[in-house]
Design a protein around this ligand. Structure first.
Ligand SMILES: [Zn+2]
Length: 121
């Protein structure tokens, strides 16, 4: 299941994704439950007709979600999701923290160990 199939092709969130995200969307599956909660919360808000998710991505270890407009409640909901992602492994969803310097990723101990083993192999 790709990110697009999960969130956009499924048409579960028609008000969040009235069209393809202009700047692309994707992140590790560990953060998908956070995004399901976020999009469900956004769908329930009084959004304006121009609202759309423009971009979802990982940047500097953190989740970033950008929207075309910011009706009441949207910014706060996104901040809460980004705060959850900051302590959640992007790979598997377990409790995690930011790792590395320069190329930062949010991972749990197990995924970090697997990544380091793979890199040194
Ligand atoms: Zn993990």
């Amino acid at each position: 299941m790709s990110f697009y199939e999960e969130f956009i092709g499924s048409r579960r969130y028609p008000r969040c994704f009235p069209r393809q995200p202009l700047c692309g969307a994707g992140c590790g599956e560990g953060w998908w439950p956070i995004l399901h909660d976020l999009f469900a919360e956004l769908e329930a808000l009084p959004l304006d007709e121009h609202f759309a998710i423009d971009q979802v991505k990982e940047k500097f270890g953190g989740l970033r979600v950008y929207t075309s407009t910011y009706p009441d409640g949207v910014g706060e909901a996104i901040v809460r999701a980004e705060q959850r992602a900051a302590v959640t492994c992007e790979t598997c969803g377990a409790p995690g923290e930011e790792r590395g310097a320069g190329w930062v990723k949010t991972r749990c101990d197990a995924c970090q160990a697997a990544w380091e083993a793979e890199r040194s192999a």
